[in-house]
Design a protein around this ligand. Structure first.
Ligand code: PRP
Length: 186
């Protein structure tokens, strides 16, 4: 059994109310920016699933949703080498569509760099990025971010879609792991 959240949680970085408020703001901004257009939201699994579900409720332009599952190569490859594997591709073509990628966190930037190159080659009408969290300090590849929920410091976070060893994605807040917790299986 994985430990209870309170056993591994150091502090809550972003609680559910500020999360909801900021996501509502992002939704309103996206609604304003895409006025008169239709939009295709592309979620990167699995971390983006809660963010996507909440964000789309605040987007009031007509939109479709699709998902890709992308992973860094090799077990325990969190310190991304830049090799990114497509585990599940989109179901729909994106040519001529206004595409907005929805991601939970940009860390080194390797995952998003790969996804952007892949999707740009499919000739969408536009391609932008919306990330809930930006750990800018860790960036290894520059990425242009169009919508950012929160810039966060270089701490290990979990909850609200982000996992530790696949658990805790259901937590309604984003928390920081206690120092000394073994994250080797993340
Ligand atoms: C996380 C996150 C991003 C990526 C960011 O995904 O959701 O996709 O890492 O890291 P990077 O900027 O260093 O590439 P992860 O591979 O942990 O998969 P998950 O979303 O299924 O948890």
């Amino acid at each position: 059994m994985p430990p209870q959240p309170h056993e591994i949680l150091d502090y809550i970085l972003i609680d559910s109310n500020p999360l909801r408020a900021r996501i509502a703001e992002l939704g309103r901004q996206i609604t304003a920016d895409y006025q008169g257009q239709t939009l295709m939201l592309v979620g990167i699994l699995k971390g983006s699933m809660l963010f996507m579900a909440d964000l789309m409720r605040y987007i009031e332009v007509p939109h479709t949703v699709d998902f890709m599952d992308v992973s860094a190569y090799g077990a325990g490859a969190r310190q991304s080498s830049g090799d990114v594997r497509i585990l599940m591709d989109l179901h729909s073509p994106i040519e001529g569509q206004h595409v907005l990628i929805v991601e939970d966190i940009i860390d080194s930037g390797h995952t998003m760099d790969h996804v952007l190159r892949l999707l740009q080659a499919r000739r969408p009408a536009s391609l932008k990025v919306c990330t809930l969290l930006d750990k800018a300090e860790r960036r290894e590849v520059p990425i242009k971010l169009d919508y950012v929920g929160f810039e966060i410091p270089n701490v290990f976070v979990f909850g609200y879609g982000l996992d530790i060893d696949e658990y805790y994605r259901n937590l309604p807040y984003i928390a920081v792991v206690k120092p000394g917790i073994d994250l080797s299986h993340e």
